[in-house]
Design a protein around this ligand. Structure first.
Ligand SMILES: C[S@@+](CC[C@H](N)C(=O)[O-])C[C@H]1O[C@@H](n2cnc3c(N)ncnc32)[C@H](O)[C@@H]1O
Length: 275
């Protein structure tokens, strides 16, 4: 890694406590080039000077590095499989064990599209089945600013294009071309800042303990080098309950070291079970 780039990452860590040193270098370099163009800097050295002289650029840089792109029902097939197979299987097991609690974690939740999608599916499932379960959905991200937006749960059309009309009509209201999620769904999700690479705290503090039935870590791992991916898989493995489900992004698979700890549940999507 370029020395000046290292200096910038150290500066960012010092100022904001974000550690981007485990991110894949080509990805980081691409994001920096974008900031160079917008700030008219030629290289890492001049950008570092710019950053020190313009503290507001720190936020722009963090946003550029974290990439918060998401949407409701991103990868339709995955969520259809979760609704048809995963949720009923978890509930069936829980009923057999007389355990009425459901614990879910969305790690790298961006503006809440992913945890709210699962909240909609669960609410819909319980309404149809007329059952009571204590549902806890913990949603975490490294970026505080994005979580504030997630808590508001107001979305433009692009975010909700994948939502079926029946669900859109039932769980959103529309105002001035924006889609507002109804409180019944909003209240199922609690958001908090959590760095997935945090070595001190193994699961989000709000969740108190892990034991998650279902964990989403989608389109987050792609940013990290293999050493840090191992670190993340170790965390995800420990956070999952026995036979819990792990949902990854379309381009993600368990790191080589962790492949034997997860079994893929079907051919069509990246959903795994803890072995
Ligand atoms: C591309 S979005 C994925 C959102 C959602 N999971 C999805 O698949 O649609 C990646 C998210 O991961 C978050 N992220 C990046 N590094 C992180 C870290 N070290 N800890 C927690 N979240 C992180 C980013 O802030 C961003 O919101």
């Amino acid at each position: 890694m370029n020395n000046d780039l290292k200096k910038i990452l150290n500066y960012l860590n010092e100022k904001r406590g974000f550690d981007f040193s485990g991110y894949r270098t080509p990805m980081i370099e691409r994001r920096f080039k974008h900031r160079f163009a917008l700030t008219k800097c030629k290289n890492f050295k001049s950008y570092l000077t710019y950053l020190k002289n313009n503290p507001s650029e720190l936020d722009n840089l963090i946003s550029a590095l974290t990439i918060n792109v998401s949407r409701f029902f991103r990868d339709t097939l995955v969520f259809e499989y979760i609704a048809d197979k995963v949720i009923p299987a978890i509930i069936h097991q829980k009923k057999q064990k007389n355990d009425p609690s459901l614990r879910i974690w969305s790690a790298g939740c961006a503006m809440g599209e992913e945890p709210y999608t699962i909240a909609i599916l669960i609410q819909d499932f319980f309404k149809k089945e007329a059952q009571y379960f204590q549902v806890n959905i913990f949603a975490t991200d490294i970026e505080k600013k994005i979580l504030k937006k997630a808590e508001k749960a107001v979305y433009p059309l692009e975010s909700i294009e994948g939502v079926k009309y029946r669900l859109l009509n039932k769980y959103f209201t529309t105002k001035e071309n924006l889609f507002h999620l109804i409180p019944e769904i909003k209240n199922l999700v609690s958001f908090s800042v959590y760095d997935i690479l945090d070595r001190k705290i193994s699961t989000p503090s709000e969740s108190i303990y892990g034991d998650f039935d279902l964990v989403f870590c989608r389109n987050v791992l792609i940013y990290f080098d293999s050493e840090h991916q191992d670190q993340i898989f170790d965390k995800l493995y420990r956070a999952l309950a026995k036979s819990g489900y792990l949902v990854l992004g379309e381009a993600e698979i368990p790191s080589r070291k962790y492949q034997r700890y997860f079994q893929r549940v079907n051919e069509c999507c990246h959903i795994y079970r803890k072995i």
